[in-house]
Design a protein. Sequence first.
Length: 95
Amino acid sequence: MYTKTNEQHHQWKGDNVGYEGLHQWVKRHKPKPKVCEMCKQKEPYDLANISGEYKRDINDFQWLCRSCHMKLDGRINNLIKGDNNRKRDKRGRYK
């Protein structure tokens, strides 16, 4: 049975894809390495966007361990400082 994928599928959104849809697409196309792409020590759990633009480009994402992802996003500094008053966007990320 042939299933249409990507541009051939009737629900393909191209660059208008949402946050979850884009992460699912990247997970299917970017193999998960055995170690974090940043520290090269721990097992990666998070698929992190590099540019913050959320483009449909697998090179704009990297597999990171939770610690490296939090450092990259600036969340680790807020935990250390105890800054709970920072604003978050709709997805829960710090602005």
